[in-house]
Design a protein around this ligand. Structure first.
Ligand code: GUN
Length: 285
């Protein structure tokens, strides 16, 4: 078993973004919208803002009340869309129950959609012509590339079908010529399917769902779960101790997929800035 070190790779990506940002005449700016005061979301937002600043970019913090209405939130986003000093917009999810997430994501200018969650960007990814790729799936693909995992003809199994993770990572694996199976809460005989995976991506948010008996010998195992246990410890969707000796490559939690998310957000913010300021030709990431 070999660990896939997301901490090390993300540090390299962040350094690269910082170097590129230092060469620009203007400073890229990411607006981070936080609705309410959920402690986990607050922490993620703070980490994203701090990472922006460390990379020499600006972060604009937009804090809105838990009780905000859909129309008011859309107005706040439209203001950011119209602001030439803002190059990227991220609305931290999940949003309070009274707000339909899809309406909010659709309100973001696709050119500033550094999360890649606007239907236009999701559609481009599904069509094999990505512009902004959602950060965690993009980070997973970068890890696979870094560790020399060849996808062509491999069976990739994704457990989870969220808009944020399961669906985009499945699209990326498919674009990489893997044969892709997506499993979810209604899938029958989950273990029979996961056992066939050459590359297994767990992205459901259920602590230690993937046990040793669900993993093929030599599989590459990507754990995109970040679950907080009652004692406060972080735990993935994979039972790491049980699976580690079966996997050829495996991501730890913490220190695997997690740090890659923020690094990819910085890359996407830089890309948004370049697309908006350096001529018309759209750059791909
Ligand atoms: N909540 C958990 N992960 C993410 C993410 O990647 N983007 C946004 N906007 N919200 C999240």
């Amino acid at each position: 078993m070999k660990l896939m070190d997301g901490k090390k790779l993300s540090a390299r990506v962040k350094d690269d973004v910082k170097r590129q940002a230092a060469d620009l005449k203007q400073t890229p700016c990411l607006a981070v919208v936080l609705v309410g005061s959920d402690p986990a979301s607050k922490l993620y937002v703070e980490m994203k803002e701090a990472a922006c600043k460390e990379a020499g970019m600006r972060a604009r913090n937009v804090k809105l009340a838990e009780t905000i209405g859909e129309d008011e939130l859309i107005q706040a986003i439209e203001k950011l869309n119209a602001d030439d000093g803002v190059h990227g917009i991220l609305v931290q999810l999940p949003l309070p129950k009274q707000i339909a997430e899809e309406k909010i994501l659709e309100a973001i200018d696709p050119a500033k959609d550094v999360d890649g969650l606007h239907p236009l960007n999701a559609g481009k990814l599904a069509a094999g012509q990505p512009v902004f790729i959602p950060c965690t799936p993009k980070g997973i693909m970068r890890l696979l590339e870094e560790y020399g995992v060849k996808l062509e003809g491999k069976h990739a199994v994704v457990v989870g079908r969220s808009v944020l993770l399961g669906k985009p990572v499945a699209a990326l694996l498919l674009n990489g010529n893997a044969t892709v199976t997506i499993c979810h809460s209604k899938t029958k005989n989950l273990d029979e399917i996961t056992k066939q995976a050459d590359v297994l991506v767990a992205a459901v948010g259920r602590p230690k769902l993937i046990g040793a008996e669900m993993v093929k010998d030599g599989a590459v195992v990507i754990d995109a779960g970040t679950n907080r246990l009652p004692d406060g410890a972080l735990c993935g969707d994979v039972d790491f101790e049980a699976v580690k000796d079966k996997a050829s490559l495996i991501t730890p939690v913490p220190g695997g997929v997690g740090p890659m998310t923020i690094a990819m957000l910085l890359e996407n913010t830089l890309l948004a800035f370049k697309n908006q300021t350096l001529g018309k030709e759209k750059r791909r990431c």
